[in-house]
Design a protein around this ligand. Structure first.
Ligand SMILES: *[C@@H]1O[C@H](CO)[C@@H](O)[C@H](O)[C@H]1NC(C)=O
Ligand SMILES: *[C@@H]1O[C@H](CO)[C@@H](O)[C@H](O)[C@H]1NC(C)=O
Ligand SMILES: *[C@@H]1O[C@H](CO)[C@@H](O)[C@H](O)[C@H]1NC(C)=O
Ligand SMILES: *[C@@H]1O[C@H](CO)[C@@H](O)[C@H](O)[C@H]1NC(C)=O
Ligand SMILES: *[C@@H]1O[C@H](CO)[C@@H](O)[C@H](O)[C@H]1NC(C)=O
Ligand SMILES: *[C@@H]1O[C@H](CO)[C@@H](O)[C@H](O)[C@H]1NC(C)=O
Length: 393
């Protein structure tokens, strides 16, 4: 091969490599040094961070804030371990984040929010951005300061344009979806009265459901989390003053009725996280009877399917309780075995992304946000479910 041809091939290769990397939007991390003034630290004491990609054109004054998710830590041991990972310290995080799905800047991939200011709030407190406590026994220190992290990031964003927002949407998935519910009211209060504020929770509707041995696995988990991280003070006051056990106000089904800001609930009726960790946690299936069913829904026996259908039924009862099912709310409850559907392109908006009545998730959320039509979509029970991207993790 002569040199010219070799160089030409090399250039062609580089060109295709560039096209490929161009279609990804990598956004750099911004640390928040001023967080230290109000004690807003990650579990390990590192500074919190976010990633901001500026809006443009008609979206230049609109803001989408997305809480990163990633489970919780609810005892000292698991929090100490988390503090040494990307879930508990900005030191170990990717400094570049790939913005796609609802964070994409491409109109054909994200038709309603592509030109907004889009912010990903990094999750490093292990308590859904809601704790306010500290553990220090002389040899080990842990910061449970999620609420301060939230406040510090907002303080940093306000002068960057958030204070002049016309429209705002608070979103997040999983533990971040719970954060979106938990902070919805105070987000609306921080912004000017004439800003249109709404909230979206993706896979954040964690249910106070007993596991298959009738143990309160999820309730115990949340109670320990609330106690350890000092979350109770920051829960919805109307809810905590109404319930005998105020810690239960960590569950959306108990506090959403007191939220007046419009919110959208995006969830699968067979949320895989809840299926695997709350309904059938390993502690409730020591003999492994559910192993095959967990990996492949087609392998579930009749009794197991009945249990999954009962779970869906309980979720619908909680969702449809009149005060949650408000006029200004929206929902998309599909019958897939998934968890988080707004953050990746293949579930948010693609030719084969999940649909209910031919609506994709991006279209349903956009219809609701912009009040184009009422957007309350609930699919029929499994085996219904169109274009599911099932996961088994
Ligand atoms: C936007 O996405 C479409 C569909 O994937 C793609 O064809 C187009 O090249 C993308 N535009 C940009 C600017 O990346
Ligand atoms: C502090 O807590 C850690 C984790 O529980 C433990 O390993 C350590 O021994 C404790 N230190 C003291 C002084 O109690
Ligand atoms: C941090 O706080 C100082 C003093 O309060 C202020 O002057 C500065 O602008 C703040 N920095 C950021 C990035 O907000
Ligand atoms: C809200 O009102 C203020 C003061 O009247 C005005 O400057 C601002 O542009 C308004 N914002 C929106 C989103 O209308
Ligand atoms: C919450 O409680 C306050 C004070 O008790 C009350 O004024 C308010 O109407 C309640 N909000 C809702 C949505 O129930
Ligand atoms: C129920 O949970 C408790 C505490 O989490 C545990 O000790 C017990 O073994 C569980 N019981 C069953 C039947 O799983």
């Amino acid at each position: 091969m002569d040199l010219a041809v070799a160089i030409l091939l090399l250039l062609l290769n580089l060109a295709s490599w560039c096209t490929c990397s161009d279609s990804r939007l990598l956004v750099k991390m911004t640390l928040v040094p001023n967080a230290s003034k109000i004690g807003g630290f990650c579990l390990d004491g590192s500074l919190p961070a976010y990633h901001l990609h500026r809006g443009f054109g008609a979206g230049a004054r609109n803001w989408l804030l997305q809480f990163e998710g990633g489970g919780w830590c609810n005892d000292i041991q698991s929090c100490l371990e988390r503090a040494q990972t990307r879930r508990g310290s900005t030191l170990y995080m990717n400094k570049l984040e790939d913005f796609n799905g609802i964070l994409s800047n491409n109109a054909s991939l994200n038709p309603d929010f592509y030109n907004w200011n889009r912010v990903k709030l990094r999750y490093c407190d292990g308590g859904s951005f809601s704790g306010d406590a500290k553990f220090d026994n002389g040899t080990s220190v842990l910061y449970f300061r999620g609420k301060k992290i939230w406040e510090a990031i907002i303080l940093d964003l306000l002068p960057k344009g958030l204070m002049h927002a016309r429209k705002a949407l608070l979103s997040g998935c999983s533990a971040g979806g719970l954060s979106s519910f938990l902070h919805c009211e105070n987000f609306a209060r921080i912004l000017p009265r004439n800003t249109s504020v709404k909230c979206l929770s993706d896979a954040g509707f964690f249910m106070d459901e007993r596991d298959v041995t009738l143990n309160h696995t999820m309730r115990n988990f949340f109670e320990n989390l609330v106690s350890l991280q000092g979350i109770e003070e920051n829960l919805n006051k109307n809810c905590t003053s109404f319930l005998n056990n105020p810690k239960l106000c960590m569950f959306p089904q108990y506090f959403l009725k007191y939220i007046t800001t419009p919110f959208f609930i995006l969830n699968t009726a067979y949320d895989v996280y809840q299926f695997h960790h709350a309904l059938v946690p390993p502690s409730a299936d020591t003999r492994g009877d559910w192993n095959r069913c967990k990996l492949n829904i087609a392998s579930c026996n009749t009794r197991q399917l009945d249990i999954l259908q009962d779970f869906r039924q309980d979720m619908l009862v909680a969702l449809l309780s009149s005060r949650i099912y408000s006029r200004r709310g929206g929902m998309f409850i599909n019958s897939c075995f998934a968890h988080c559907q707004s953050e990746s392109q293949d579930t948010w908006f693609a030719r084969d992304s999940p649909q209910i009545h031919s609506k994709t998730i991006a279209e349903a959320v956009g219809d609701w946000y912009f009040s184009r039509i009422t957007s309350k979509l609930i699919d029929c029970a499994y085996p219904c479910g169109t274009f599911c991207h099932n996961i088994v993790a």
